[in-house]
Design a protein around this ligand. Structure first.
Ligand code: BDR
Ligand code: CA
Length: 323
């Protein structure tokens, strides 16, 4: 049976890849996409989600803009990482059409009437606002899988903070403190392992077609950013792992723990993972610590390029390429 999901995101290059993966996954019934400000502002995020939907022939899925600023902090976006258009300066044409607002109400409406889960790929502003607006309906949500935070890994916005949780740490705090919904933190400890290396990008390019071209063109900027920033060859694609984990928990392992977050000062955005049970508080989330990155990448490519599975396997299984 398909699981009903809302994908809350801030597209974003890796969000776009996550949407492509989700759309190609028969286990998911995507009820809608809600947009939160993060990598780019809400309007740009909405345009980018629609570009992906058009590419995938799924313009039947509605996109709702949600909260446009974090709960307390000023919005900080990440065009340095994702390009001026949020999709690696690929500058695909805008899709247009009606712009829908009310992302938070959409989440609550669905939570009231259906059994839904949320895959959250951006800051948790929409999620926390839904929780604060109608706690009872919110707590009917079955599960939230959130890409964000870091346990032992260093951050990507400061030594200790990951981008999504750093943009709106107050929203994360609300969710950690008040939500009763099953929560999984897909943090940098596992997503950093997911690198789309130049060999994988070349493989995608050779497969060809509209989706391949889109992926190659949006990741170019991201690859350059990774080289400049941290001398990584290729790009870390965080968000698709949250989708994969939601579909199949066997991609990652982790542990239940009490979670908190720093909301101001030098360590703002740092997730506090109480591995030593110092706070003596009940666990409020599952933190993922280990990932089978090879299994993930096979899944990711296999799902998106189903018709080319034989070529993909031939290349990946050839030890020469180190894939
Ligand atoms: C997260 O931040 C964003 O830049 C990505 O889209 C991802 O959701 C990684 O820290
Ligand atoms: Ca994102």
């Amino acid at each position: 049976m398909k699981r009903k999901v809302i994908i809350d995101c801030d597209p974003g290059i890796d969000d776009a890849l996550a949407l492509i993966l989700a759309i190609n996954s028969p286990e998911l019934d995507i009820l809608g996409i809600t947009i939160v400000s993060g990598n780019v502002n809400g309007k740009k995020g909405e345009e980018n989600a629609k570009k992906v939907l058009k590419l995938m022939g799924r313009e039947d899925i509605d996109v709702y803009i949600g909260e446009e600023i974090p709960l307390v902090r000023k919005l900080i976006t990440a065009e340095d990482t994702h390009g001026g258009d949020g999709l690696g300066e690929s500058n695909y044409p805008k899709v247009g059409g009606q712009v829908l607002y009310g992302g938070v109400d959409f989440i609550l409406e669905k939570a009231k009437s259906e059994e839904i889960s949320i895959i959250a790929l951006g800051p948790l502003t929409n999620i926390a606002t839904a929780l604060n607006r109608d706690e009872e309906s919110f707590n009917k949500i079955k599960e939230i899988v959130s890409m964000g935070g870091a346990f032992k890994s260093h951050g990507n916005c400061s030594q200790v903070a990951e981008f999504n949780y750093w943009v709106d740490p107050d929203a994360v705090k609300e969710v950690f403190d008040k939500s009763n919904v099953k929560f999984t933190m897909v943090g940098l400890d596992v997503t950093r392992e997911i690198v789309l290396t130049p060999n994988y990008i070349e493989l995608i390019k050779q497969i060809g077609g509209d989706v391949a071209e889109f992926i190659v063109s949006i990741t170019r900027f991201y690859v350059d950013f990774h080289w400049e920033q941290e001398r990584t060859l290729g790009c870390v694609i965080n968000d698709p792992l949250a989708v994969a984990y939601f579909i199949d928990n066997s991609f990652c392992k982790g542990f239940m723990t009490y979670l908190d977050i720093v909301t101001d000062g030098i360590a703002i955005g740092q997730t506090l993972v109480d591995v030593g049970d110092f706070y003596r508080k009940a666990p409020n989330g599952l933190v993922l610590t280990d990932v089978d990155s090879k299994k993930f990448i096979r899944f990711f490519l296999g799902r998106i390029f189903k018709d080319n599975i034989k070529d993909i396997e031939k290349v990946i299984n050839n030890n020469k390429y180190g894939m």
